[in-house]
Design a protein around this ligand. Sequence first.
Ligand code: 4NP
Length: 157
Amino acid sequence: MSVKSKPAVLFVCLGNICRSPLAEAAFREEAERAGLDVTIDSAGTGDWHLGHAPDKRAQAVAKRHGVDISGYRARQVTPDDFRDFTHIVALDANNFADLRALAPADASAELSLLLDHVAGREGEAVADPYYGDDAGFDVTWADVTAGARGLLDRLKG
Ligand code: 4NP
């Protein structure tokens, strides 16, 4: 049996205040509903928002869907993440490329793009809603929920 029998999933975007906290929240909901024992976290490739709570608009869309993410705090990806997590899931292609560049030689985590887990949407990005309006966060929620469901189905295998 693998030492990593329990899956551990890290969602990664740029700031860790919009998309990846929402992906974390959606995946927590799906995993809990499915009864899957899994470690879940999120992080950013950038360092601008370290220690900050999620963007108010992200908090609001999560709350509308029954999830409180006000206690989440932004952190940056570390080399240990590539050993500690079984799966690191990027929200867009830039995040994916940055993760590739950050990965230590002994990285064991499998890297993927969130929407690779949604049939017909492979290779697509979850668009960055940070500079847009509130409606963009509804799109983000729909995208991360679809990705979370697809990833969960794969992990449940
Ligand atoms: P996120 O959104 O990567 O989905 O958390 C962003 C948040 C902050 C910035 C960019 C994207 N920023 O440039 O500060």
